[in-house]
Design a protein around this ligand. Sequence first.
Ligand SMILES: Nc1ncnc2c1ncn2[C@@H]1O[C@H](COP(=O)(O)OP(=O)(O)OP(=O)(O)O)[C@@H](O)[C@H]1O
Length: 593
Amino acid sequence: MNLVDKRGLGTGVGAAILACALLPAVLPPYWIYLAISAAISAVIMLSFGVIVGRAGVMSLCQMSFAAIGAWVVLRLNVAEAPGGFFLWLLLGGLAAVPVGVAIGLPALRIRGVNLAVVTFGFAVSTDIVLNVNPFPGAKDLVMLDRPAPFDTDGGYFVFTVIVFTVLAIGLGIIGKTRLGLSWYELRHSERAAAAHGISVARSKLAAFAISAFVAGIGGGLLVGQLSLVVPQNFAMGQSLALFAVAVMIGPHHPEGAVIGGVFGALMGTLMEKISLPQDFGGVLFGVGALLALRSGLSQTDMTRLRKREVDARKLLKAAEDAKDAEGESATAQAEAQVEAAAAALAEVPARRPVGDAKPLLTVQGLTVKFGEVVALNGVDVTVPEGGVVGLIGPNGAGKSTFIAAVSGFVRCEGAVALDGRQLDRLSPNKRATLGLRRTFQTTAIAPELSQYEYLTIGAGRRLSRAEADELLEFFGCPPGQVPVSIVDAGTRRLLDVAAAIAARPKVALLDEPAAGQSAAESLTLGARLAEVPERFGVSILLVEHDMELVQAVCEQVTVLDFGNVIASGPTGEVLEDPAVRAAYLGAADVPAT
Ligand SMILES: Nc1ncnc2c1ncn2[C@@H]1O[C@H](COP(=O)(O)OP(=O)(O)OP(=O)(O)O)[C@@H](O)[C@H]1O
């Protein structure tokens, strides 16, 4: 879980040095000029990589941000401002940031195609403004002079490659931080991100701000290449074509940005060389983008994921072979697992406090209505410190709605307090950061993440390798390098539980974590959950249909039926209650104690 992928960094920097040493020496002047265009396009591609590739936001106005960068550089050039081109370039990037944030504000309320329309609207407005107001210096032909030692085309190519490399490394590091990883989560599920304590608004605005900065730098670089720019350099059609390339190729990985940049810059020339109309390239990009949108993954995502999966499968096979070498058959292992789980569960009641601990989560009079449907009607539940409390009931009783309301995802009446603090008016991510975590019945984990990366998102901090390994082993998940894409649905739930516990919240609300598990696995999970309060300092509210699990792990249980509490108290007594047995009749077996 290092912030820098040393192998990738070595390869990338090596390739950049090679390109800088070779291309200016061997390419004819026109192709050097095209190589500069490709490097600048690659920088602009990086900006698409942040907003489209990582955060999954359909932004069609990156060239407008580039135009702002170009405008600032030219304005400072005309004014002969101190600092020179390098400083102006930086200021051009920074000038695009507030505009990026302003464009990002609507993204807090709208998404998908609607957001694409908003960003496209901005691109159109920029087009109109630029066509009416020429770039600074255009009237009097005040050109920008490239600074030495980058004043020749070959030298300027080297400069653009250096800028690209620095930006790619910076974005790579950001991508490994919680902010960067949170963009992946936003792309798949904003609810899951909020449940992990991520402020969806802040995360999206940061993506807009950073992508606008990078695009602004790209615009400034274009001024350095052309000495003076015209509105057509930033036309909305350009934004559209580059967006399609970005969706297709995946410029959030440096190799994707380079390929995208080369395509973007050279496609016109290539089409001309094979006697096809230049615009035909745009059609090809559009078709490629549609295919990528259908699969949900870009070309570079797929290539990287396949490699990760191959490596992970080797790792899993080696672990399996090691077990086989120990001579234990799969059946013997499963039997040993059940025996161990049963033994661990047998010890649980002796270790647990029985209801006399301090209340940690108190929910009073919780009422949720969906139109005419009263999903919850004045429900009271308390989770004591160090306790595992069950919430059960037949299908549609209101259990998931309870978790959604307590964690802030659903409007409700009533009072929710965590460790004495009222949570009622707080957002889901605020509740999560205060120590109330939840899992979902249906997980929405980004498949391209490794389990280590997912734990980092869940934990809200960088976990040490040892801590992450301990959590994964404890919950029976595969090794941390294994990508989520090849983890089965049942194990993804366990990973979700591990990510919730990784944050060391005060209380974790677990929504059917044993669904999809075999009887033996469910028993094993029970033993682990019973251990969680003591081992990780996290109290649990457990929603489950597996009555054996509930009976073994929960000291207290509350039963819902049609949104009403029909019984609450020590598990053994409640499960014997005739009203509970009647509610469950035909819905699930309640084993007699
Ligand atoms: N968003 C919603 N809009 C309208 N009705 C809803 C919504 N969410 C839940 N309900 C209704 O609220 C009631 C409780 O649903 P909920 O999913 O909480 O039950 P549950 O006990 O979790 O069921 P299960 O065990 O099947 O998950 C059901 O009648 C359901 O149809």
